[in-house]
Design a protein around this ligand. Sequence first.
Ligand code: UT7
Length: 326
Amino acid sequence: MTIFSRIIGTGSYLPGSPVSNLQLAADLAARGITTSDEWITERTGIRARHLAPESVTCSDLALEASRRALAAAGKAPDDIDLIILATSTPDLVFPSAAALLQDKLGIKNGAAAFDVQAVCSGFVYALTIAEKFIRSGSHHRALVVGAEVFSRILDWNDRGTCVLFGDGAGAVVLEASEVPGILSTALHADGSYNAILSVPGQVCGGRVIGTPLLQMEGQTVFKFAVKVLHEVAQEVLAQAGVTIDQVDWLIPHQANIRILHSTAKKLGLPAERVIITVEQHGNTSAASIPLALDEAVRSGKIRRGDMLLLEGVGGGFTWGAALLKF
Ligand code: UT7
């Protein structure tokens, strides 16, 4: 019998109150950095983001999102036998944020736990890996999480990047199933583009070598994102023998509303069938897709049986997509 996998619960969590563009612009002005609500809204669609207090870590955000996903799935922590956490902003160099999350959830059953680092494509990578573990029969029920505290790695003196990102977490419970949930997946990377979006620093001998803050060539990333998001969407649709008009909802990585609209237009999908949360969350990297998914599920937009196309793109460069019946 073929084993498939299905999402049986979603959850998400945003720290603190939203920080509006106006508020952020005022905070930045105090540091001598000029920006405006108009610029941020026009160029990105972002109106607000959430920023975690210093004491809150990646695994703290992951914990809240995971509890909500487990509750939605009607499962207890010990029902999970695999934890995959996508992040580029883990609590520590090691142990992994996934191991810390396992401890915080009180899971004592020896469930495997590891992090995936594929920046903004991280959740699609993590979901794809979990799907393959479940399909192989080695694991039965996975907690797949995207969690980030990107505010920690932003250069608050670089107005070209610091206004774009936010913190948050999203999670899903993925379970073995006789009927297909995930229909097709595709993952890609091209490391030769590593320099266009990076945090080019490392810890060595107790010191940071290089730059521990995010750097981005915005326009190069923009063009690359629109191109590969289109290609990978076509790839998973073709793999599953599904046409774009059968897709109920596109849930892309939330980086810039102009990228989301261009992607939908190129695919021939009406803008009303795209889940958009970038306005309120900013770019939360690996957390953005599961956050958007959970919000749309809880608001009643996404219903059981809907065909969903998830796709991400980010540093590496990495990109990927997953087509699934919810
Ligand atoms: O999650 C991974 C994927 N990341 C992305 O997908 C991001 C992709 N890139 C983008 O979203 C866009 O390239 C940005 C939003 C980052 C930038 O938009 P842009 O339309 O490409 O603007 P730009 O970088 O060409 O800058 C235009 C102008 C510049 O001024 P001059 O040189 O024309 O005088 C910038 O200095 O806007 C200026 N600028 C700002 N002005 C006010 C840059 N940042 C700001 C700011 N406020 N925050």
